[in-house]
Ligand binder design. Structure first.
Ligand code: NAD
Ligand code: IPM
Ligand code: MN
Length: 367
């Protein structure tokens, strides 16, 4: 049988820096675990704009639809800030998500023991934390019409529309309930049903899907602003959080700091099953292109490496190999190996992006 195929899109800024370490990890699994991938690489974001005048070439989009999984680094950067909205790097990523119909974005926030002391929150608030944010990814205010900037009289008006259909809410709710059944069987749904009609519908549909199909799962509802507060007050009260596209974006960055650094958080964006039974899938770190540290060897590659671990688990049914990789990351952190973002106020001597890759490969060798 042919090897499973991976399309790698390193993107911009620290994207290529962290992806270089993922390439080494992929090669390690090919050489040591009889798990070879057919890997191809292409451009996305500003890098694609520089070459093709578009942040995602049609050929790249077509390739993304064909492969078993896509791995993406990050897109964007100050160089592209003044580009026309339609060709901004971020549009390339949004097109991938929309056209691949990746409606369920899993953003796990786990606090590794070795980093519990390092979070900006007290150790007992975050130690042992293991939550999963399920963010709706292909609808809501990111994609709703009408949108745009136009003139009304003498004034400019900026418009975006929050819009959700019942079926869009139902499918992401199902994905959250399914995940909860494999975890602690608890879902908290977050919206603003107190001020938004789309929030009222969200709450109704989540409740209906629960009552009809998942009555065994414990379901609660929370306004998203309270949810943000609860996430920093007592994050361990949550297991799975399901929420819309924009709230999910904000809440997952917030959850990132519970784990110690944005450089730690991986994600999986999943769609419908393909003909081979695997879901359409794109894996990427939650962080962006980090222009402030690009080119300095400071980027933490762990979020991107853990995104590959999620690919092993969710696309390739390689749970044991995913555990192996996550275990290697844990070991390295327990040994005190730290990139600069993981340094506490007392400081210390951080390792570079490549040295973090070296340490993870050594831990894999030793496992
Ligand atoms: P960012 O996530 O790039 O950076 C926020 C802060 O976190 C910075 O101080 C950065 O140095 C730090 N950081 C992020 N990742 C890190 C890592 N792996 N290791 C160490 N430190 C890390 O967010 P931003 O500065 O708001 O955005 C920069 C650009 O990235 C923008 O163009 C934005 O649109 C884009 N962006 C892209 C994605 C994506 O590709 N998925 C996600 C978020 C932001
Ligand atoms: C993320 C990013 C993206 C988003 C941007 C870069 C389009 O912030 O993946 O969290 O807003 O979804
Ligand atoms: Mn974001």
């Amino acid at each position: 049988m042919a090897n499973p195929s991976l399309l790698i899109l390193p993107g911009d800024g620290i994207g290529p820096e962290v992806m270089a370490q993922v390439r080494r990890v992929i090669d390690w699994f090919g050489a040591n675990r009889d798990l070879a991938f057919d890997v191809s690489e292409d451009l996305v974001g500003g890098a694609a704009y520089d070459k093709h005048g578009t942040p995602l070439h049609d050929d790249t989009m077509a390739r993304a639809q064909e492969v078993d999984a896509v791995l993406l680094g990050a897109v964007g950067g100050p160089k592209y800030d003044d580009l026309d909205f339609s060709v901004k790097p971020e549009r390339g990523l949004l097109r991938l998500r929309k056209e691949m119909d990746l409606f369920s974005n899993l953003r796990p926030a786990q606090c590794f023991d070795a980093l519990a002391d390092f979070s900006s929150l007290k150790k007992d608030v975050v130690a042992g934390l293991d939550i999963m944010i399920v963010r709706e990814l292909t609808s809501g205010v990111y994609f709703g019409e009408p949108r745009g900037i136009h003139k009304e009289g003498n004034e400019r008006v900026g418009i975006n529309t929050q819009r959700y259909t019942e079926s869009e809410i139902a499918r992401v709710a199902r994905s959250a309930f399914e995940l909860a059944r494999k975890r602690s069987n608890k879902v908290c749904s977050m919206e603003k049903a107190n001020v938004m009609e789309s929030g009222i519908l969200w709450r109704q549909v989540v409740q209906e899907i629960h009552d009809a199909e998942y009555p065994d799962v414990e379901l609660s509802h929370m306004y998203a602003d309270n949810g943000a507060m609860q996430l920093v007050r007592a994050p361990k009260q949550f297991d799975v959080i399901v929420t819309d596209n924009l709230f999910g974006d904000v809440l997952s960055d917030c959850a990132a700091m519970l784990t110690g650094s944005l450089g730690m958080l991986p994600s999986a964006s999943l769609g419908l099953p393909m003909a081979n039974g695997r879901p359409k899938a794109l894996y990427e770190p939650v962080h962006g292109s980090a222009p402030d540290i690009t080119g300095q060897g400071k980027a933490n590659p762990i979020a991107c490496i853990l995104s590959f671990a999620m690919a092993l688990r969710y696309s390739f049914d390689e749970g044991e190999n995913a555990d192996l990789l996550e275990g290697a990351v844990q070991k390295v952190l327990a040994d005190g190996v730290r990139t600069a973002d993981l340094m506490g106020p007392e400081g210390g001597s951080p390792v570079s992006t490549t040295e973090m890759g070296d340490a993870i490969l050594a831990a894999l060798d030793a496992a």
